[in-house]
Design a protein around this ligand. Structure first.
Ligand code: MRU
Length: 324
């Protein structure tokens, strides 16, 4: 299985953010150009771009787009910085759970501390967005290499939700690990859970290891990922199957102590009540439609990151990973 690095999920091209429109896959493959910060907000919110690492890069591109717009309308760095900070907060409010979005926007905004002209800072924000975009693929490949070590020979892996190339700039998080493991051992097999209605991402002693992605990981290792992950983790524990998370350090939110503090996105009720625009249940039914759940750290055997595999107790291993 080779990786076709020519196709990126999201890419900065000629001062626009070009991305695969994931709302029409798999029927249609179309690239869309996002030209403004407002368009980027909508692209994240409506899931044209989705998956925690990909959303992060979308946020970084969004700040660069905001800079290009602001440059046309303001005269001073003070006014420029004010607009950029407001647009950054606006972008961060497009979706609540995947912390990569907040991480990437903040990483861009940190550049505002540099004392330079509006033209120079705009160029720096564009350059940094491109660096972050390319680093995402490198980070995934490093995670893949570390993660391949925990996949036994000939193993059958279970994964849950979309954690492949499309959820990142390229290569993938959990599926990146599968990709790297497969390169060493083509006899491995994968079962991929999917969620409905968004097709994100079915056992009798068939699974050797579970690997999923994550959208936000607390300082104690509790991990939010697509709804249903917690159920998979409990079943894995019951059957003595190791459960791993594959996620870059940008998915770890050290400002929160535990998963209790993770804000879970509540999605539209129509995603449950309708299929292709048709009602599929009584109009009176009450709906709750959380997009994610939180797997407690005691169910997690390890967190595969670009710095290696973090093991329990996660408070310590996470802290150490950021210090190295
Ligand atoms: O489609 P989304 O953005 O709602 O899905 C988020 C995800 O992609 C996942 O939860 C995924 O498993 C972690 S990010 C690779």
């Amino acid at each position: 299985m080779s990786f076709n690095s020519k196709i990126k999920t999201i890419e900065w091209v000629d001062n626009v953010s070009r991305m695969i429109d994931q709302t029409i896959l798999p029927k249609e493959f179309k690239l869309v150009d996002i030209k403004t910060c407002e368009e980027m907000y909508d692209a994240i919110k409506t899931m044209i771009v989705r998956g925690a690492p990909a959303i992060g890069i979308a946020g970084a591109h969004g700040v660069a787009l905001a800079a290009i717009e602001a440059k046309k309308s303001v005269q001073t760095r003070k006014d420029f910085d004010k607009i950029l900070k407001e647009k950054g907060e606006y972008l961060k409010s497009s979706r609540p759970t995947a912390v990569n979005l907040m991480w990437a926007v903040d990483k861009q905004l940190e550049l505002l501390s540099e004392d330079c002209s509006i033209d120079e800072i705009t160029q720096k924000l564009i350059d940094n967005a491109i660096v972050m975009e390319n680093e995402d693929i490198e980070i995934n490949k490093r995670m893949g290499d570390f993660g391949a070590e925990i996949v036994p020979k000939g193993a059958t892996i279970l994964t849950h939700c979309n954690a492949g190339a499309l959820a990142t700039v390229g290569y993938g998080t959990a599926l990146g690990v599968v990709r790297s493991a497969y390169a060493k051992d083509p006899t491995i097999k994968v079962f991929a859970d999917e969620t409905r209605p968004r097709q994100q991402g079915a056992s009798k002693k068939m699974i050797d290891v579970v690997i999923t992605g994550a959208d936000r990981i607390a300082a104690n290792g509790d991990a939010a990922n697509k709804i249903g992950t917690y159920t998979v983790a409990i079943s894995a524990k019951y059957h003595n199957v190791p459960f791993y998370i594959a996620a870059p350090l940008s998915t770890i939110d050290r400002t929160i102590k535990s998963g209790k503090e993770i804000k879970i996105e509540e999605r539209n009720r129509e995603e449950v009540t309708h299929i292709n625009g048709d009602w599929i249940c009584s109009e009176k039914v009450n709906i709750i439609n959380p997009g994610f759940d939180v797997t407690p750290n005691e169910l997690i055997a390890g967190i595969i990151t670009e710095k290696g595999i973090l093991r329990p107790p996660f408070e310590e291993s996470i802290k150490k990973a950021f210090e190295e």
